[in-house]
Each structure stands twice: as C-alpha cells, then as structure tokens.
Design a protein around this ligand. Sequence first.
Ligand SMILES: Nc1ncnc2c1ncn2[C@@H]1O[C@H](COP(=O)(O)OP(=O)(O)OP(=O)(O)O)[C@@H](O)[C@H]1O
Length: 269
Amino acid sequence: MTSPTLSPPSLTADHHQPPSVRVEQLSLRYGRKVAFANVDAQFRAGQITALIGPSGCGKTSFLSCLNRLHELTPKAQLFGQVYLNDCDTATIPLTPLRRQVGMLFQKPNPFPLSIYRNLAFPLKEHGICDRTHIHHIIETTLTDVGLWTEVKDRLKAPALSLSGGQQQRLCLARALALKPQVLLMDEPCSALDPLSSEVIEDLIVRLKGTYTILVVTHNLGQASRIADDVAFFWVQHDVGQLIEFGSAQEIFTHPQDPLTAAYVSGRRG
Ligand SMILES: Nc1ncnc2c1ncn2[C@@H]1O[C@H](COP(=O)(O)OP(=O)(O)OP(=O)(O)O)[C@@H](O)[C@H]1O
C-alpha cells in the first residue's frame, strides 16, 4: 500500500521539548500609533494557539515582536518582555533567535531562486555547508511537507514556477529546515485555494507537539479545528487589546467576555 502524500513520516526537530512563549506587559507603538498595549499571556509549549480578532487589532504586530521582526520597522518601539521558557528574548542575539522562532507569512514568499537553493541558501547562511548534510535536510523537510515526490525531479526549477500552495509548503519547509522550536504563522492559508489551504492546515496540526505554534487567522472555522488555545484581540480606544485568552473549547462555546461572544458568533467584527 502506498502512503498518502500527506502522511509525512517525521516533522521532527532536533530538540526534545519546544518552549512555552510568555509575554509580560507587552506593548508596541509605531511612532504615536499604539498597535497593541499591555498584553500578558502564556502560549503553551507544543500547542497551537490561534490569534483571532478584527482587522487592525494588532495580531500581526504582536506576532512580529516574538522574533523581533518589528525591529525592521524603524519607528517601532517595544515595551515589556517576551520569554522563551524563562529566557528573555531581548538577551538572545538576533540570528539564533530568528532560527529558534521561525515564521510563515500570509503570501508565500519563496526567494527568486531554484527550489533547491530556497532551502540550501538559508542553511548556508546559518553555517551548514556540508553538501551531503544539506541534501539530507532538503529531502527530509520537503518530504515532511509532502512536496518531495512533486519536486524531486525538478529541484533546479525556479521556486516561483510552483503553484501558490506548493510555494507555501516550500516556505514551510524552509522554516522547518532551520530546526526552529517556535513557529509563527500569519494567516498562512488566506492566499490559498481551499484545497491547498486544507493541506497547510493538516500540516500545521501534524507539527503540534514538536513546535510551539502561534497562528493568526481570520477563519474562525479553522481556528476551532486546529487550535488548542485562542487569544482574542479587539480594538478599544484605537489600541489593540487582548480581551480574552482560553482554550478553544472555552472561547468558542463559553466565552467570558461579551465582545468575544459577539465576535465568535459573527455578530461583531
Ligand atoms: N508600520 C506601521 N506603521 C504605522 N502603523 C502601523 C504599522 N503597521 C501596522 N500599523 C498599525 O497598527 C495597527 C495594528 O496593525 P496590525 O497589522 O498588527 O493588525 P492586524 O490585527 O494584524 O490586522 P489584519 O488582520 O488586517 O492583518 C493598525 O492600526 C495598523 O494600521
């Protein structure tokens, strides 16, 4: 019996236990604009947390603070602390931090290079230069995202010649190749057709346990299908706020805050 394309054999990283992610009194401003303020939360190790809420409530900005991607925006100012387990991320040099905390964006963003070099390039940047080792990682991660059989005969083809869904799986493989412990995903399915979206969603669920995953999604159905925990953001007085945090079960069936109840029932937002 042949194994289905979407039964990846490993999806394992070289670490035993991914860290929890904790933020304390976290706020971000862009000049005078406060994107979100005073967020306290703990994202459980190895679990999937969905970040939900209406447009502009600070979800993407929040995600960007966790691997200090916000530092690429010159006027962004961060207040408060982010911890991986008990390690303050402000004390971790950027290169190892970004290696430890990988990111997948809304729109697939492969480099304008071959499929092979999309994975080989970041590995070399992070000091992995042995060709056999690189090839092994590439084959393993492409297998893990169900792409190896589709591309193994065209590894030198441009990554941009792949379909949108394949490009997103390549980007996920690129993130996994660096053996992160935390994965941040910003609406990873929203630019994809329903079938490709289902493939990515399925992969996210398979990554659970091995990685601590935070995923921004506007798709409440998706959040309820894949998330263990849910963080609900809302804009109050023009500032993003974390209104409620709880298990997906609690948030979708017994939300405590009337705003959460209105949002998850589709009455607001
Ligand atoms: N570089 C920036 N400079 C100034 N303001 C910004 C910048 N990036 C985001 N903002 C503002 O910060 C607030 C939060 O934006 P953010 O993109 O984080 O929200 P979001 O919840 O992810 O929205 P969406 O769901 O539409 O992606 C918004 O008011 C936005 O206009």
